[in-house]
Design a protein around this ligand. Structure first.
Ligand code: NAP
Length: 264
């Protein structure tokens, strides 16, 4: 049995993750981490069935002392996730992080820290297998089409932009694409932001609308042709097989794995 704790269990992703962990035969949900007083157990939050008796803590150290989790799933927000991940590693807990919004410096620091502690840590900007394939196919296409724009589309409650998946896609493309500025060298924006974020000369556009979940198109333009690679997550269930897989996989790792494409 893998002992699992979840941070962000009241959230949209967190609630799905609670049900997913509860369903796994080889996992035990031992606790949840919150920052608000929401009741002593998950059931007391009113969001879960009465037999969901995992205790709620507002302090990771206290949670660890009482319940000794082996894995912490973090589905919180960009402001909290770095501190949670670092503290988890310091306590000997392996993080599985779905929250997006890490800087390159934070990733480098966490990698050094995880290796020092010889602990696995999986940071997955996207848990959906279709999205991983979209990124892999985009990287392959970029070898032939260096002119690329990314349009990522999410629900309007998302806090960070561009999305972790959009950024990760750009980073994977950067590995094979010859660096260049796209568009006309003299182009100007008459309205700030019209061309989106500039990542190594590629542009990333972030759409935020109610009704959306998580969607992305990667557009490659060539002479007289356009290749579009698209993925849609229509509900948060699409992420959950990836979450369960990461909980098992993080037990085998001894460093930070950034992106599920490095594992599947
Ligand atoms: P959400 O519904 O806002 O859930 C976040 C939850 O975390 C909220 O209940 C929030 O409480 C709670 N929270 C905030 N700070 C906390 C802290 N310090 N400790 C414990 N809980 C805390 O957001 P969501 O849609 O579930 O998304 C969560 C994260 O997952 C986001 O970063 C999102 O981008 C990411 N995400 C990742 C994937 C993936 O495949 N990797 C897929 C979808 C989303 P309050 O609301 O009371 O502040």
């Amino acid at each position: 049995m893998i002992k699992v704790a979840i941070a962000g269990a009241r959230g949209k992703m967190g609630q799905e993750a609670v049900h997913t962990v509860m369903k796994q035969e080889n996992m035990e949900l031992v606790a949840v981490l919150d920052y608000k007083e929401i009741g002593e157990t998950l059931a007391q939050t009113g969001l879960f069935p009465t037999d969901y008796t995992a205790p709620v803590f507002t302090d990771l150290q206290a949670l660890h002392t009482a319940t000794k989790p082996e894995v912490l799933i973090d589905l919180t927000n960009p402001q909290s996730v770095y501190a949670h991940t670092k503290e988890a590693l310091a306590l000997g807990i392996r993080p599985v992080v779905g929250t997006t919004g890490f800087t390159d410096e934070q990733l480098a620091e966490l990698t050094a820290f995880a290796e020092e502690k010889a602990l696995g840590c999986i940071i997955a900007p996207n848990f959906a297998v279709g999205a991983i394939l979209m990124m892999k196919f985009a990287k392959e296409a970029a070898r032939f089409f260096p002119d690329v724009e990314i349009i990522e589309m999410h629900h309007d409650q998302k806090l960070d932009a561009p999305s972790g998946t959009g950024l990760k896609t750009a980073q994977m493309i950067q590995e094979v694409r010859q660096s260049k500025q796209q568009g006309h060298p003299n182009e100007t924006e008459t309205h700030a932001g019209a061309r989106g974020a500039n990542f190594d000369g590629m542009h990333i556009h972030s759409v935020r609308l109610p009704g959306l979940v998580a969607h992305q198109q990667v557009l490659f333009g060539g002479d007289g042709q356009l290749l579009t690679i698209r993925h849609d997550s229509f509900n948060r269930g699409s992420f959950m097989s990836g979450v369960a897989y990461c909980v098992e996989e993080v037990m085998k790792q001894k460093t930070v794995v950034y992106g599920l494409e490095n594992l599947i």
